[in-house]
Design a protein around this ligand. Sequence first.
Ligand SMILES: [Zn+2]
Length: 200
Amino acid sequence: MAELPKTDDLHNEEEDALIVLADISGYTAFLRENRMALAHASVIVRDLISTIVDVIEAPLEVNEIEGDAVLLFALKEGKSEEEWEECKKHLGKTLTELIKAFHSRVDEHIALNMCSCNVCANIPNLELKIVAHSGKVVCYRVGQFKKLTGFDVIVAHRLLKNNVGSNRYILLTEPARDDVFSQRRCILLNTRNTMMILVR
Ligand SMILES: [Zn+2]
């Protein structure tokens, strides 16, 4: 019989990480549509997900695609303070780059799509929400799959259930803000009317 894992080992495996969720909104409305519309929705969302994935660069990694959201993370473990300062330059840029790339791609879909189904007519309403939180994660492997778990991963998911009156924003918790930006300030984005929100 295989040996059972010791539960107290779990805490030792916790690593500091930045957790990011990029969530496409305006998609679930399609789920009640007919089969053809659903097929169009899945083609469009798949394309937008790959647009998001293409923007990702180290230290951010794609962990999982969760329906119409992408779970990303950057491990801080093993990086010196200087190295992480260097990472911040990429992280802040990557988050804004995600919004830009997403909406440029949406614009291309609008320009090229000739279909009149409800899904295709709804493309202009697709938006990208980004939430970021920093904390502890447990990263483990099951076969070829890398799984990210931990309380702070749940916190990141909960951040998507908020009362922000917009579907276009980057929402950061304070620890995430400190991990993403060098200065202790939150910049307001001029990018595509995107709101930058800080959660205390
Ligand atoms: Zn269509």
